[in-house]
Design a protein. Sequence first.
Length: 364
Amino acid sequence: MKIKFTNLYKLIPQKNKINSKIISLIKKSNFIGGDEVKLFEKNFAKFVGAKNCITVGNGTDALEIAIKSLNLKKGSEIIIPNNTWISTAEAVITNGHNVKFCDVNLDDYSICLNDLKKKINKKTKAIIVVHLYGNPTNMIQLRKIIKNKKIKVIEDCAQAHGAKLKKKHVGTFSDISTFSFFPGKNLGAFGDAGAIVTNSKQLSNNCLRSRNHGALYKYDHLFSGRNSRLDTINAGVLNIKLLHYKEVIKKRNQIAKIYFKELKNISNLKMFKLSAENSHSFHQFVIRTNYRDKLRAFLNNNGVETMVHYPYMLNELKFFKNKINLNKSKNLGKKILSLPISEEHKKKEIIYVCKMIKTFFEKL
């Protein structure tokens, strides 16, 4: 049996509706902005539960613009988790600020709140929380930690569309939040796309200007911004996909339940520890084992494609040259493995993946 990690074409719901939408938008020849983009901003804000949604060109732009909107003093210290995609750190540096890495929990891979307490000091002006793999960070506890401190919070929800903490969507626990609609995301466009959500009108206006050369309307340039806009066709695609997104999360959770059930008794393998008050969107299903490379090779030889998210912690990259010792995330990139999980996968395929994993560990 051959099982691909993902097949983007198979992930497209309602293909006929999407094709019709694209053709209608081409006929209108309104390729940038317009009613379709405004509709998606309205729909996505409602979906998340936020007052304002500002669409942008991609998830990295969303982070950079969100940080800029806070108007922090140059050289401010911003804390981010050590296990995440490089964009989280890049956005800090691009804005002229300093990154401080925080350790992560090994049971759910979210930012370690105990280590966060130690990392916060007078220089700390913001924290970026990453809801990695679709798992909500405990934002309620984090808020208690920074209570009475003048520290801004940004949620990086690039992998967590629809994930919830106590029935409240991620992206609504902070000053401002960002999303990515990269094609491989649970809610993916047909190219790069991103969004920012916030309940602050001031931050919303700051972001609107930043994405459009510093202007809210033509020739209203108050500062140097950038050109970062969601194109109309992708807005149309996302509007249709959003209508069916609850089913996407439902199917991914069903697959996750199979993994939890079938793999729970393997002593040399660790899985997520889920919180009963969280609703996971399962962008990835990540396992951890000291035999990662051998297991991955075995699965590949038996037709199962896997991925690694991520092979290096940020403080291990040459770019940062950060020698700080983060005990929990040390060597984590050598142990984690992402298994196939998407709404395209059938139950028999996931059972086969589990069977191959069990076979591997039985032969050790």
